[in-house]
Design a protein around this ligand. Structure first.
Ligand code: ZN
Length: 336
């Protein structure tokens, strides 16, 4: 009997099963399952050949799955249900760890501190390194997705502050990376330009296979944001679209989204510190929604309090008439 057959109630539809894996040196085995139906999330695990249904949480709207290259990447649930589901998930992880003696990849990541050894505000930044870029994979694990020769940050070894990037051995400072002149000196085509109402401002629509200079500017901006704790996730250049916001010939911020048949999923929104307080984030989201977003509705994936304030200020989060719905993503669990 499949997991779904054991769990599904009458008139209930399975949306997606997220397998819970035990990753071993040579291949993985399934040790549990999170079933998402049109109305519930149900957590089960397997031990000594028997399945235990650990717990379930009701969902206020139907969840939906996102696949990247044919693999389940995340399941999105309404943000209103996220507290209950995350609590259940955390209790579930604890139980699976105690029953199987394994540890969750998530707990291991939580323990590994990403805080710099020196507070950036107090650092004199005289120890530069060209450390390898760390990019989150679909399981929120940090990994070196780039070949060492290909892409690295130029950053301070002590406080992790980013000063530029290397690609193919060539260094570009932040000033260069964020200048429109340099971006257009690459293979950028003018077809990707999105005009905004303000004549000094426009945006570059970057697709996953787009020009590498724009990609690098976005990667650097995204990691500056994540190192300062201002964005929750980092830009995934291999499948996310981005809108790179240019004001007076300088990149001032960006947003990213993932296309989905249910509506695009807005992932990150970031304005550089020195350009805040001018309503640029609101302009960027409005410009994206009016000119690029190909759907009446879209999803906002775990917006920060700042992000929510921006979306609210332009009426996007209004339950009755706003186009945005707040969602929370759950990624596959693994134990090792
Ligand atoms: Zn430093």
């Amino acid at each position: 009997m499949s997991s779904a057959e054991r769990v599904l109630e009458e008139e209930e539809t399975l949306v997606v099963e997220m397998e819970v894996e035990h990753r071993r040196q040579f291949g993985s085995v399934q040790i549990g399952s999170v079933l998402f139906t049109d109305r519930r999330a149900v957590f089960s695990y397997q031990s000594n050949g028997a399945w235990t249904q650990f717990g379930e949480a009701d969902l206020s709207a139907e969840p939906f799955a996102q696949y990247v290259d044919g693999e389940l990447h995340a399941v999105f649930i309404p943000a209103t249900d996220s507290d209950a589901v995350l609590q259940l998930q955390s209790d579930y992880i604890e139980e699976v760890e105690s029953v199987t003696g394994l540890s969750s990849a998530m707990s291991v990541l939580g323990e590994a501190s990403r805080d710099p050894p020196v507070d950036p505000a107090e650092c004199t930044c005289d120890r530069m390194s060209s450390n390898k870029v760390l990019v989150e994979n679909e399981n929120m694990e940090l990994g070196e997705d780039f070949d060492e020769e290909e892409f690295r940050f130029v950053s301070c070894e002590d406080c992790f502050r980013i000063y530029g990037r290397y690609r193919h051995g060539k260094k570009a400072s932040l000033n260069k990376l964020f200048s429109a002149d340099w971006l257009f000196g690459g293979d950028l085509s003018y077809e990707s330009i999105v005009d905004f109402d303000n004549e000094d401002a426009y945006a570059i629509h970057h697709t996953p296979s787009g020009p590498v200079r724009v990609q690098d500017a976005l990667l650097v901006l995204s990691h500056i944001g994540s190192r300062s704790g201002e964005v929750v996730s980092t830009y995934k250049h291999d499948y996310q679209h981005a809108l790179c916001y240019v004001l007076d010939d300088t990149v001032v911020g960006y947003l990213t989204w993932e296309p989905h048949e249910r509506g695009p999923i807005l992932s990150q929104l970031y304005i550089r510190e020195e350009y805040r307080g001018q309503g640029l984030a609101a302009n960027l989201v409005s410009g994206w929604y009016e000119n690029v977003c190909d759907s009446e509705h879209y999803f906002a994936d775990e917006p920060t309090s700042g992000g929510k304030a921006v979306l609210s200020s332009i009426g996007h989060l209004d339950r009755a008439s706003g186009p945005a719905r707040e969602v929370h993503n759950l990624t596959p669990l693994a134990f090792g």
